[in-house]
Write a new protein. Structure first.
Length: 622
């Protein structure tokens, strides 16, 4: 193995092989965004980098362009087959020699990719970490370094290395071998979600102490965040879809496989093109459903979190959660699958007291070590704080990742509809006192019955009608007391005792409230809104960014042409052109190839391949 750093760290000195030229001519973009240029120049010049950039922020360009600038083959370590397929399809559309090597290839196909590598015919190779770590593949890389060279190693989804991350994958821990066996090859680790502890562990586990860190803003201003109090979550979801996403692709996340199956079947009965996806389905069926979601328009995927990581579909217009995720990191990662094209998208979640209890129960009932369980509960508490927040949700998310935001985003429910808060100190004291008087062993339903003075069999069984708290809460309705308990649990003023089947217990945070030393302010839950009925409700209010486009014959013609070309080649429509590119075409009405070339997302390869086809659409519609 060569230890000559100059052999593998210098960029290709071809005159036209500059980042600016590659960005413009190959990828079709007029300028870099955010930190992209700084990252690309640093890695092109041989430096190691840790890149934190939100989904849709252009992370892939941060390693693809340096790999094209430098001599040799760029190796991209990726955790999911779907991601590799999408990326390779997109690169081939641009005329870039790329391939992947994973378990989806048969022996002959894998051998052909190996031969392409040895012949120096590729510029980018995507590989799973399990394949990378085999001795035969590492030996192939060492031979390659001696001949054609390795331009860089890109470690995508780098948060998978962290035991505190939301997608921990043990095989990522072994990737330090890259630094040990190929010290002269620059490495770039990339992720869209990593809080401070996860970031530190990425640096430590991948031996990136000397790497320059590039941290972009985590803000996704095109995503509108909304949290809805659960009240028949399915009907709430249906109302959300009918009013805002009549023909859009989206993802609905559920916690259990059964709920995925039931929700997908129910949506289908309501006339929606909905498909289930979870690990319990046959692999062939999962693959079929994933292909339909990627390659067709308007498909809704109802899934567990097993679906989504690495899905590169750019025009997902919404992500809905019918159950609470495990952490704010997971929520950010999952909602980030919407609006990757930068156009308006929705992150909608239905949330209630049952979510709080069931998620805590799930975390406490696992076999994880105490230290890990403690961290997971802290992460859950941060998510509950987000759900109950009364300030700007973009601000709350960014604060979690250590970033400031001025608030007033005009892109979340709290900013669009100011939250009504009330002084709940007295109600909180009643609620906590009732927990204490009943022996810190009962769930919310029984506690509310005591506060309302209901005579139930359970109350008589435990003689709770004799307690001082019996009937003292009749000024509030049952739904209001449910809100009080939910917010006390979310604020950490009550602990859910899983060993006592979800009974509530006081803790240190309860004391100052009970003693009157701390005020408690809570959000006043809005009354459940009545759902519009009948088929006429469907699609009456779409997102403003597409209201005009969806009624425009030119827009429909451009999408039809894109779908026709995509089906001919067996690739997803967004691989041909993103929605944002089609919208710019509509706005500019190009009349020549030169004018079409000036539109963002139309590189030289796509111009040559599709330019005439799309110009014909404009000629026919003028």
């Amino acid at each position: 193995m060569s230890n000559d750093p100059d052999k593998h760290t210098a960029p290709d000195d071809t005159p036209d092989n500059t980042p600016d030229r590659i960005l413009r001519d190959i990828f079709g973009y007029p300028e870099f965004r955010g930190n992209q240029q700084n990252v690309i120049e640093h890695v092109t010049n041989g430096g190691d980098a840790l890149v934190l950039m939100p989904t849709g922020g252009g992370k892939s360009l941060c390693y693809q362009i340096p790999a094209l600038c430098r001599s040799g083959l760029g190796i991209v370590i990726s955790p999911l087959i779907a991601l590799m397929q999408d990326q390779v399809d997109a690169l081939k559309q641009l005329g870039v020699a790329a391939a992947f090597m994973n378990s989806s290839l048969d022996i002959d196909a894998a051998r052909e990719v190996s031969r392409q590598v040895q012949r120096g015919e590729l510029k980018l190779l995507y590989v799973a970490p399990e394949r990378l770590m085999t001795e035969s593949f590492l030996n192939l890389l060492e031979r390659l370094q001696q001949t054609n060279g390795i331009s860089l190693f890109a470690i995508d989804e780098a948060h998978c290395v962290s035991q505190w991350g939301h997608d921990f994958r043990p095989e990522y821990r072994a990737l330090t071998v890259l630094h040990e066996r190929f010290p002269a090859v620059p490495r770039i680790a990339l992720t869209a979600t990593a809080d401070a502890p996860t970031r530190r562990e990425i640096v430590e586990r991948l031996a990136l102490e000397q790497a320059q860190q590039f941290v972009s803003s985590f803000d996704r201003p095109n995503i509108r965040y909304r949290v809805t109090l659960k009240d028949n979550a399915r009907q709430q979801l249906l109302s959300f879809l009918e009013t805002e996403h009549a023909d859009d692709a989206g993802i609905v996340y559920c916690l259990s496989r059964k709920k995925v199956d039931d929700t997908a079947a129910w949506l289908k009965e309501q006339g929606w093109d909905a498909l289930p996806y979870h690990a319990g389905l046959d692999a062939a069926l999962r693959s079929k459903h994933q292909s339909r979601f990627i390659q067709e328009e308007g498909v809704i995927m109802v899934a567990t979190v097993a679906f989504g990581m690495g899905i590169d579909k750019s025009n997902v217009r919404f992500v809905a959660h019918l159950d609470l995720p495990k952490s704010l990191e997971a929520y950010y990662q999952e909602t980030g699958r919407a609006g990757r094209d930068g156009l308006p998208a929705n992150a909608w979640m239905a949330y209630g007291l049952g979510d709080v209890v069931s998620m805590r129960q799930m975390l406490m009932s696992g076999e994880a070590p105490e230290a890990r369980r403690r961290v997971e509960l802290q992460k859950l508490d941060a998510l509950l704080g987000y759900c109950e927040a009364t300030e700007c949700r973009h601000q709350t998310v960014l604060r979690y990742f250590g970033e400031d935001h001025p608030g007033n985003c005009a892109q979340c429910d709290n900013c669009l509809e100011p939250v009504d808060r009330w002084n709940a100190t007295q109600a909180a004291q009643m609620a906590l006192s009732c927990v204490y008087r009943t022996g810190q062993r009962f769930g919310v339903g029984h506690l509310i019955d005591v506060l309302l003075g209901k005579t139930t069999a359970k109350i008589e069984q435990f003689n709770h009608q004799q307690l001082s708290t019996f009937g003292i809460g009749q000024e509030l309705a049952q739904q209001q007391w449910s809100s009080v308990y939910r917010q006390l649990i979310a604020a950490g003023m009550l602990t859910v005792d899983m060993e006592a089947y979800g009974g509530l217990k006081l803790n240190e945070s309860s004391r100052p409230v009970l003693k009157g030393q701390q005020e408690v302010w809570m959000r006043r839950d809005a009354a459940p809104s009545k759902r519009k009925t009948g088929s006429a409700a469907r699609g009456t209010r779409k997102q403003e960014a597409f209201a005009a486009a969806n009624e425009d014959r030119l827009w429909l013609a451009l999408k039809a042409k894109r779908m026709e070309l995509a089906r001919e080649q067996g690739v997803p429509p967004y691989v041909i052109f993103h929605d944002s590119t089609l919208l710019e075409m509509m706005d500019r009405h190009p009349g020549s190839l030169a004018e079409l070339a000036r539109i963002s997302g139309v590189g030289q390869g796509k111009l040559a391949r599709y330019g005439d086809e799309f110009l014909k659409v404009f000629e026919e519609k003028l």
